[in-house]
Design a protein around this ligand. Structure first.
Ligand code: TMP
Length: 237
């Protein structure tokens, strides 16, 4: 499958058309942004790592019954995916308080929840991706009630499966963000990516951060963390 015209360029990926109207090619970049694009940088090798890691994880989820957009990895940083229209919701699942949850509610990072908490943000950069609840999503027509229920069920199943995958690699899954899309017939599938850009991953024994927070917070060792997480995943799988 060959890349045709560039359809969309996001902060971390480019999306190309293909000869097949139902398939797209995603190309992962090394570019990194944070705080809604205010902070910009490059994480050498990130595109290839995120591409391959996301594909390994999505293939595993697919095997466990979660439908995904994944078709086939084409090369180190490019993947063939099913064309979807993205549901404009950032679906965030948290097992441990961190990031915006800790800031918003004034709790220390590291507080372990009794059960996972799920939240939605409205995927809208010009509004700064505001937090929203099911009723808001319905009022804005972002998804139907049935779709919200399915998305919630899938997101919690993804959490259980990813927690287990990372646990055997000695990594704690603190939280993550996923996005879902609709195929032409309306089927909801997991889309976008699952990578250290979109998950908080802490070393299970030292709590060392092994994800994009190293870039967001200027902690150093960013490239090394991405490489380490990828190595641990391929050893654990
Ligand atoms: P938050 O604590 O900043 O809301 O982030 C929750 C999770 O979502 C964390 O694993 C990082 C991920 N995330 C994204 O993938 N994209 C984003 O734009 C933001 C803000 C967070």
């Amino acid at each position: 499958m060959e890349k045709q015209e560039l359809l969309y360029e996001g902060k971390a990926k480019k999306v190309y058309a293909t000869q097949d109207p139902h398939l797209l090619i995603v190309s992962y970049k090394d570019d990194a942004t944070a705080f809604n694009g205010l902070k910009k940088g490059t994480i050498q090798g990130k595109g290839a790592i995120n591409n391959q890691m996301s594909n390994l994880l999505m293939a595993r989820l697919e095997k466990e019954g979660i439908p995904t957009h994944l078709v086939e990895e084409l090369n180190s940083r490019e993947t063939l995916v099913k064309k979807v229209s993205i549901v404009p919701l950032e679906v965030i699942v948290r097992n441990i308080a961190a990031g915006s949850f800790s800031k918003r509610y004034g709790v220390e990072e590291g507080m372990v929840f009794d059960a996972p908490t799920l939240e939605f943000s409205y995927k809208n950069d010009s509004l700064g991706d505001p937090l929203l609840n099911d009723d808001h999503a319905l009022a804005l027509g972002l998804a139907s009630r049935e779709e919200l229920t399915l998305i919630r069920t899938y997101a919690l199943a993804v959490n259980r499966l990813l927690q287990e995958t990372w646990r055997v690699c000695g990594i704690t899954l603190v939280d993550f963000k996923v996005e879902f899309g609709r195929l032409e017939d309306g089927t909801i599938v997991l889309a976008d990516e699952i990578s250290p850009d979109t998950c908080r991953l802490w070393d299970a024994s030292t709590q060392e951060k092994l994800d994009k927070d190293r870039f967001r917070r200027d902690l150093g060792g960013v490239e090394e963390a991405y490489i380490q997480v990828m190595e641990r995943l391929t050893r654990g799988l």
